[in-house]
Write a protein that binds this ligand. Structure first.
Ligand SMILES: Cc1ncc(COP(=O)(O)O)c(C=O)c1O
Length: 380
């Protein structure tokens, strides 16, 4: 059987990972400053993570959501503590799109409305409701376009206010930092006014922290520079460090009822073991603080490089607008210099999303490699 050919692939196959490095079958070592689409939070094959998952699968890999599973409680407790969202409620699922799908569904259950506000360049996943609020018509099938949505300008509260005032908006969904769109940070004042307007007009505020959350920005959730309490926060990616797990944090004013949401695999034993191990390491190794401090150093150094048009981001979620298409430079970084970086929907923007346990040594290696390669493209 052939694979359904939907991914353009780089010509290399990592078969082993350790910390912020991956290795191919020839043993060639690559510095990973992309974390497989921002997924690797605590580093590849972290010993605590490997141990927790191994022990769990030796005992029990899976049982359904119809029995007690204290691992879910442990995960919720540790997540609440680390994220300072102790009073929220957790629903577990398997991916980012699924998290947003449940968030949108819950919003509509809550207020009975169906129209959603999203933002230009937003990415929220590929399932039915999530893709309908993603700003990329090419990935929406006719069957996905089943409810009304509006895409507003990033950080522009005026049009959002005008729309909310009509009273028919079910939810506003927003990334704390737009990832795939090219790393755009939501401004503090914008988030605070948005939150206030959502309350006034009974719209549910959904913060998509799937890429920007889990300590990547230097905050546990990237919106936390603003004084807001979102109604729903969606999470995935860094949550499992590669193990498929996602979830939504739900504000206490939302009441659960049996059967309202559900899943077969979500919150299974193995996924919880992975999720707990990630939280243990984030706490133990102070990776949020590392992302904050190292990110500040990194952004300062990148901003000082002559010719870089703009450096955007927070912590270890960084976008470099180079002013020209980054495709060839990315390939050279990978094939010649053995460094992984990411692209974005803006062809001129390089996305940098390393594991959160990198040190200054790796940042300095990256900087010297990048400067060398970048200087060639500037001359051309
Ligand atoms: C902000 C954001 N939301 C949602 C998703 C979808 O997550 P998944 O690919 O796990 O479905 C992504 C994936 O890149 C994302 O970056």
């Amino acid at each position: 059987m052939k694979l359904f050919d939907v991914y353009p692939l780089f010509d290399l196959e990592p078969i082993k990972g350790e910390g912020c490095y991956v290795y191919d079958k020839e043993g060639t070592k690559y510095l990973d400053f992309y974390g497989g689409h921002a997924v690797i939070s605590i580093g590849h094959s972290h010993p605590h993570y490997v141990k927790k998952i191994t022990e769990q699968v030796e005992n029990l890999g899976f049982y359904s959501n119809s029995v007690q599973n204290s691992l879910q409680q442990e995960l919720a407790h540790k997540l609440g503590e680390l994220s300072c969202c102790e009073d929220y409620q957790l629903f577990l699922c398997n991916s980012g799109a699924e998290a947003n799908e449940n968030a949108l569904k819950l919003a509509s259950f809550h207020n009975g409305k169906t129209k959603v506000i999203s933002f230009k360049k937003a990415f929220h996943g590929r399932t039915s409701a999530a893709v309908n609020v993603t700003d990329k018509a090419a990935i929406q099938a006719p069957i996905n376009q089943l409810f009304d949505k509006e895409f507003h300008e990033w950080n522009n509260i005026d049009t959002v206010r005008a729309s909310l005032e009509k009273g028919d908006i079910c939810a506003v969904i927003i990334e704390g930092i737009q990832g795939i769109g090219g790393i755009h940070v939501a401004e503090t004042k914008f988030l605070e006014t948005l939150s206030q307007l959502c309350k006034e007009h009974e719209a549910v505020l959904i913060l998509d922290e799937i890429q920007s959350g889990y300590a990547r920005s230097g905050y546990f959730f990237s919106y936390q520079h603003a004084h807001i309490q979102p109604d729903i926060i969606s999470i995935a990616k860094g949550m499992g460090n590669g193990f498929p797990i996602g979830g939504i944090l739900i504000h206490p004013r939302f009441k659960a009822s049996y059967g309202l949401l559900g899943t077969t695999f979500g919150g299974n034993h193995l996924a919880c073991a992975a999720g707990i191990a990630v939280l243990d390491v984030l706490k133990e190794e102070k990776l949020r603080e590392n992302a904050r401090d190292l990110g500040a150093y990194f952004i300062k150094k990148l901003t000082a490089i002559d010719g870089v048009k703009e450096v955007r981001g927070m912590g270890l979620m960084i976008g470099l607008d180079l002013g020209f298409p980054v495709k060839e430079l990315r390939k050279e970084m990978l094939y010649e210099e053995k460094v992984f970086t990411g692209s974005s929907s803006d062809p001129n923007v390089l996305r940098i999303l390393p594991p959160l346990n990198i040190t200054q040594k790796e940042v300095d290696i990256f900087l010297s490699v990048f400067e060398k390669v970048f200087s060639k493209y500037l001359v051309v």
